[in-house]
Design a protein. Sequence first.
Length: 56
Amino acid sequence: MDKKAKKRLDLAHHKLQQLRQQLAGAKAQRDEPEEITRLEKEIAELEAEVAKLKSS
C-alpha cells in the first residue's frame, strides 16, 4: 500500500468514526428520520471504499 492509499484509508476511518457518532445521536433524537438513512448510506459507501483500499 502506498502513502496515498494509506492516507485515504486513515481519513476514511476518521470519517467513519464521526459518522457513527452522528448516527448514534440521530437515533437517540429521532426527529429527522431521513437523516438516519442518509448517515447509514454514507457509512456503507465509506466501508465499501475502505474494503476496496485494503484489497488493493
